[in-house]
Design a protein around this ligand. Structure first.
Ligand code: PLP
Length: 427
C-alpha cells in the first residue's frame, strides 16, 4: 500500500497525555528557591487551559469539536506514505513509512499545537499571543492560528533571521501578524541589548525574554511556546494517534519509530502513542531520536536541571542539556538548534526507553537529496535528520536480511529552506 488515508471523521477525539504514565517525571522548579512550581505559577503567562493540560494527570484529554474542524481544514488526518521508491533504491528488504506533516498550510507539524493554543486563548478572551521565532516556522504557524481564531500575534523574530530570511517573515505578515526584529525597543530587555549594540543580531534566548516581558506587561495578552512543554507535546500526539491507526489498518506493526529532535515536539507527537505500549510492557518498539552532531543535547548533554531559555528567565526544567549558555552553530536545521530537550523526552532517554543518534549536516542533506530523487518530496533540513536515521536502519536490515518495518515522522517540507541545500550540497 503506497498511501494510507483515514476518513475525515477519524481525526482523533483525544490527545494522549504521557505524563499520566510517567509518575517519576521531575517537576519544573523555581530557580532561586528550588521549590516545585504548580499551575498558579504559570497562569499569568499561558492561557489557563494550556496550564491545566501542562499539569494534568489524565491519560486522555478531549480535543474540542470546534478544534477538530480546524484540524480538518489544515489537512488532517494527514496521509501515511510508504517510501517504496526509496526502499528500491536502497535495495533493502525493510519497509519504510513516513507520516506527512508537511501537507499543512505552513508546511510543518507546528500548526497542531498553534491551533490548540490560539483556540484556548481566544476562548479565554485574550486579544493576542506573543511569541518568539528563529527561522520563522513557529512564527508562521502561530500567525496562521491566531488569524483563524480571530485574535492577533506579536512575533519577536531574531533580527539576523528577520534580515536574512525574508520569506517566513512575509508569510507571518500576510496572515496579519505583527513581526518585530529582536532585540527591539518594545521591551526593557530589548532596549538593554540595543543600547549595547544598535545592530545586535539577536538570539532565540533574547527573543523569548522579550516575548515573555511583552505578555506579562499587558493583561490582554499571553505567551505561547512552540515546543518543549508538556501541553505542546500533548497537542502533537494527534500525529502518532493517526499513524498508529493507519499502520493497524494495513496490518503493519512498526519495529522502529524515528523522529528528529529540536525541543522534541514532533518526535514526541509521533512516537508517544507507541511509547505508551512500551511503558505498559505490551510492545517493544525501538524508538530513535535524531539530532544534529553540532547540537547533541540528548546524545551528549547532561541530565540535570537547567533554564529553558538562554537569558535565564524561565523556570528550571529537568532535561538533557548542553547548558543554557551553549551557543549552537548556525546550521541550516534552525528548528534543531536548542540547548535542551523536553523533560518527558529526556526522562524516556534517561530510562533507556528511547535512544538517540546524531548526524552531520552533510550526511543529512545527502539523505534529503536521495529522498527528493526517489520520493519526490523536498524535506525540511530538520526532517532530513529523521530520514538519514531511517536510511541507516534500512541498510542495517539489508545487511542481515531482515524485513523490518521502519516509520518516521516527515515533520515538514523544505521549500523555504532551499538555501541550505544550495550551501551544503553546493548546487
Ligand atoms: C520546528 C521544527 C522541528 C523541530 O522542533 P521539535 O519541537 O523538536 O519538533 C522539526 N522539524 C520541522 C519541520 C520544524 O519546523
Amino acid at each position: 500500500m503506497l498511501r494510507v488515508d483515514l476518513q475525515k471523521d477519524e481525526i482523533p477525539k483525544y490527545w494522549y497525555n504521557i505524563v499520566s504514565d510517567l509518575p517519576d517525571l521531575p517537576p519544573p522548579i523555581h530557580p532561586a528557591t528550588k521549590e516545585p512550581l504548580g499551575p498558579k505559577d504559570f497562569y499569568p503567562l499561558f492561557p489557563e487551559e494550556c496550564v491545566n493540560q501542562e499539569f494534568s494527570k489524565e491519560k486522555r484529554i478531549a480535543i474540542p469539536e470546534e478544534l477538530r474542524e480546524f484540524y480538518l481544514r489544515i489537512g488532517r488526518p494527514t496521509p501515511l506514505y510508504r517510501a517504496k521508491r526509496l526502499e528500491e533504491r536502497l535495495g533493502t528488504p525493510a519497509r519504510i513509512y513516513y507520516k506527512r506533516e508537511d501537507v499543512s498550510p505552513t508546511g510543518s507539524h507546528k500548526l497542531n499545537t498553534a491551533l490548540a493554543q490560539a483556540f484556548y486563548a481566544a476562548k479565554e478572551g485574550l486579544e493576542y499571543l506573543t511569541t518568539e521565532t528563529g527561522a520563522g516556522q513557529w512564527g508562521s504557524a502561530l500567525s496562521y492560528a491566531t488569524m483563524m481564531m480571530g485574535i492577533r500575534a506579536l512575533v519577536f523574530m531574531v533580527r539576523i533571521s528577520y534580515l536574512q530570511k525574508p520569506y517566513r517573515k512575509l508569510v507571518m505578515k500576510l496572515y496579519g501578524a505583527e513581526v518585530v526584529p529582536s532585540p527591539s525597543d518594545r521591551t526593557e530587555v530589548g532596549r538593554r541589548y540595543l543600547e549595547r549594540d544598535p545592530e545586535h543580531p539577536g538570539s532565540l534566548g533574547i527573543a523569548i525574554s522579550e516575548a515573555i516581558e511583552a505578555a506579562m506587561r499587558d493583561e490582554r495578552a499571553k505567551y505561547s511556546l512552540g515546543s518543549v512543554l508538556n501541553h505542546v507535546l500533548l497537542h502533537q500526539t494527534i500525529i502518532g494517534l493517526e499513524a498508529k491507526k493507519q499502520l493497524e489498518s494495513i496490518g503493519e506493526k512498526p519495529d522502529v519509530l524515528i523522529g528528529c529532535v529540536g525541543g522534541g515536539s514532533n518526535f514526541a507527537g509521533f512516537t508517544f502513542p507507541f511509547v505508551e505500549e512500551v511503558l505498559s510492557g505490551k510492545e517493544d518498539y525501538e524508538v530513535i531520536a535524531v539530532e544534529p552532531s553540532t547540537v547533541p543535547s540528548l546524545t551528549e548533554g547532561e541530565y540535570r536541571y537547567d533554564f529553558g531559555d538562554t537569558a535565564g528567565v524561565t523556570p528550571l526544567l529537568m532535561m538533557y542539556t548542553l547548558g543554557h549558555d551553549f551557543i549552537p552553530p548556525p546550521i541550516h536545521a534552525g528548528g534543531l538548534r536548542y540547548h535542551g530537550a523536553a523533560p518527558t523526552v529526556s526522562l524516556l532517554k534517561h530510562r533507556g526507553v528511547i535512544r538517540s543518534v546524531k548526524y552531520t549536516q552533510e550526511e543529512v542533506f545527502e539523505a534529503g537529496r536521495l529522498f527528493a530523487r526517489t520520493e519526490g518530496l523536498i524535506p525540511a533540513p530538520e526532517t532530513n535528520h529523521a530520514i538519514k536515521a531511517a536510511i541507516d536502519e534500512a541498510m542495517k536490515a539489508k545487511k542481515v536480511g531482515e524485513s523490518k518495518v521502519i516509520a518516521l515522522n516527515f515533520s515538514g517540507h523544505g521549500l523555504l529552506d532551499l538555501r541550505g541545500y544550495e550551501d551544503v550540497l553546493r548546487l
